[in-house]
Design a protein around this ligand. Structure first.
Ligand SMILES: [Zn+2]
Length: 235
């Protein structure tokens, strides 16, 4: 499976663990197609394997409390009434490529998932984005702070992420080229989801621009993708 940067540099042991997690994930979650889309085994595997990279060192318990994954053929539109009160966070305002609901489904556009698989866009991965929201929602509505480990310092997390968030907002206010995808400036929840995309698919850029954020994500995800990318051998 071609998969862009997400699986770069995983050791044989990590790959075996990822396969195991992917199998368990598919047993626990229900994947269904919307608008007549038939979800093939290959599609299900592609979503599951990508979703399991962020929890490779955390375990499947981090995706507990919900089961449904709905896949649209392409970008989808959702009618919004009191949707925000239901704890919805959206990747885009109108045509959505992904969406996560608190204690509810993850919704994905297959076009976008397939694009990430075919040609990697450094810093972008819709599956990582939506599942980062799921991790954020483990302790309530998405607010940019997932449940931190006991060896992490809450204040360090908050300082690192809020400083980078403010820096990005200032760049946009002054019409400077933003260091990362400007969508991250939407709110702290989107910031966490977008920096998670960079962490796994363009770790060097995140380390270069926001090293304190990289460090906090490394502590949370218990992974160091930059080191993996550096040790990549041709296969
Ligand atoms: Zn989002």
């Amino acid at each position: 499976m071609h998969s862009g940067a997400l699986f770069h540099g995983l050791s044989a042991v990590e790959r075996a663990h990822l396969r195991e997690l992917t199998t368990l994930f598919l047993r626990q979650k229900s994947l269904s197609g919307a608008q007549g889309l038939e979800v093939t085994t290959e599609m299900a595997l592609a979503v599951a394997a990508q979703a399991c990279v962020p929890i490779l060192k955390l375990g499947l318990d981090y995706y507990e409390g919900w089961v449904e994954i709905i896949i649209y053929p392409g970008a989808f539109r959702v009618a919004r009434n009191s949707a925000d009160e239901a704890g919805v966070v959206s990747l885009q305002e109108q045509d959505l490529s992904g969406e996560s609901w608190t204690r509810g489904p993850v919704i994905l556009s297959w076009d976008d998932v397939a694009f990430d698989l075919g040609a990697s866009r450094p810093g972008q991965n819709v599956v990582v984005h939506e599942f980062a929201h799921k991790l954020d929602m483990l302790n309530g509505d998405a607010n940019g702070m997932p449940p931190l480990h006991s060896d992490m310092v809450r204040q360090q997390w908050t300082e690192a992420l809020s400083r980078a968030f403010q820096h990005l907002q200032q760049q946009l206010e002054h019409h400077y080229p933003p260091d990362i995808n400007p969508y991250a400036a939407t709110n702290p929840a989107e910031f966490f989801a977008v920096v998670s995309e960079y962490f796994f698919t363009d770790p060097h850029r995140l380390m270069q621009r926001y090293p304190a954020v990289y460090e906090q994500l490394m502590l949370f995800y218990r992974q160091d993708p930059m080191q993996r990318a550096g040790s990549e051998q041709s296969e």
